[in-house]
Design a protein around this ligand. Sequence first.
Ligand SMILES: *Cc1c(COP(=O)(O)O)cnc(C)c1O
Length: 454
Amino acid sequence: MSDQIKYVLDEENIPKSWYNLNADFPTPVPAVLHPGTHQPVGPSDLEPLFPMELILQEVATDRYIDIPAPVRDIFRMWRPSPLVRARRLEQALGTPAKIYYKYEGVSPAGSHKPNTAVPQAWYNKQAGIKKLSTETGAGQWGSSLAFAGSLFDLDVLVFQVRVSFDQKPYRRALMETYGARCIASPSTETDSGRAILAQNPDSPGSLGIAISEAVEVAAKNPDIKYALGSVLNHVMLHQTIIGQEAIAQCEMAGDDPDVIIGCAGGGSNFAGLAFPFLGLQLRGGRSRRIIAVEPAACPTLTRGTYAYDFGDTAHLTPLVKMHTLGSTFIPPGFHAGGLRYHGMSGMVSHAYELGLIEARAYKQVGCFEAGVQFARTEGIVPAPESTHAVRCAIDEALRCKAEGKAETILFNLSGHGHFDMQAYINYFEGKLVDQDYDEADLETALAALPAVAA
Ligand SMILES: *Cc1c(COP(=O)(O)O)cnc(C)c1O
């Protein structure tokens, strides 16, 4: 038997619809509120930012929503993504557990993010939009939207968080190769950016600030719309293609996962893998342990408050009820840039409140250690974000070993780390340290949560 077993579906098996967990939640996700009136937002409130099809998906309760045929055609470029049995990792750990990973690094941009970038760009194109604005932290989302924009001839404007703009020139080059324009955030191009620079000309920026800039540009220009790479319901919806494929591939493998794991920044790759399995459970199927893994330096689910909060620093976005560290919280500069967001998807937060999922926070050094072990056994260098899921999968496999249990573990390998080798260099040089967030900063940010009547 070969060491690695790959379960590959053919293109006909790309799902024809997205799965919407909002059809199966026992209680509905709390409504998104208007930042001024604190009343539930209506479609017209969101129209300056998003095309109507995406707004309707944001509030949809249908269980299945058709994937447009042109979007499915583009998915054929890299989907279905492989499900792989990590036999060499299992052997190295000496565990009786079976470990499977769903590999999303096969997409053109190297992560799961094109799964939503492509449909978002397509719906905007259909609505006659010519230009999209967005933000990017680590550069993964910016490059995914830049790729999607290139497919549909849309201009893409990316506000890239200043530290990452300076530290990750290759991600910026990738965005520019796809034809996008990158601006370091905070910038002088928006009121939000200028206000931050007036206070602190050397601001390293944050995802919350970059979102404010991108939203402001869309709100002020009728021909520009905004696109977000995580957190929102329609993003969770688009990512469910991952879990639907995984269900079919687990059937091919003749296995059924007992434990499902994903790293969680805004929650989209985690939700993408987990929600279709959770749907089976809520419709009467077996229950599984489902674990969201976050960085200890930005512990939204495990340390944040479940409350209404803004998605950005300048408070231009609607209020979402979510686990949050406060919209003014700026986490320390650890390497998994895609996990440095103060909030969490409302749907993932709701699932956590209902006790349907578990959450765990890991420090970065142990995650990189797991990432290196994975590279040396399975051959793929994980993105720093994805190493959190790898760490958890290894810990669960070691637990199975200690308990003598032959459980089946499935995790999402959300992306490869080819653009993040500086982080690995730092790790090998012993320069990568575990960073703690400032407890006083967190208290301040949480104290500033908006007051919303229950
Ligand atoms: C952006 C990103 C994440 C975090 O975002 P989620 O919405 O939580 O999935 C995780 N892994 C990779 C590779 C990413 O690019």
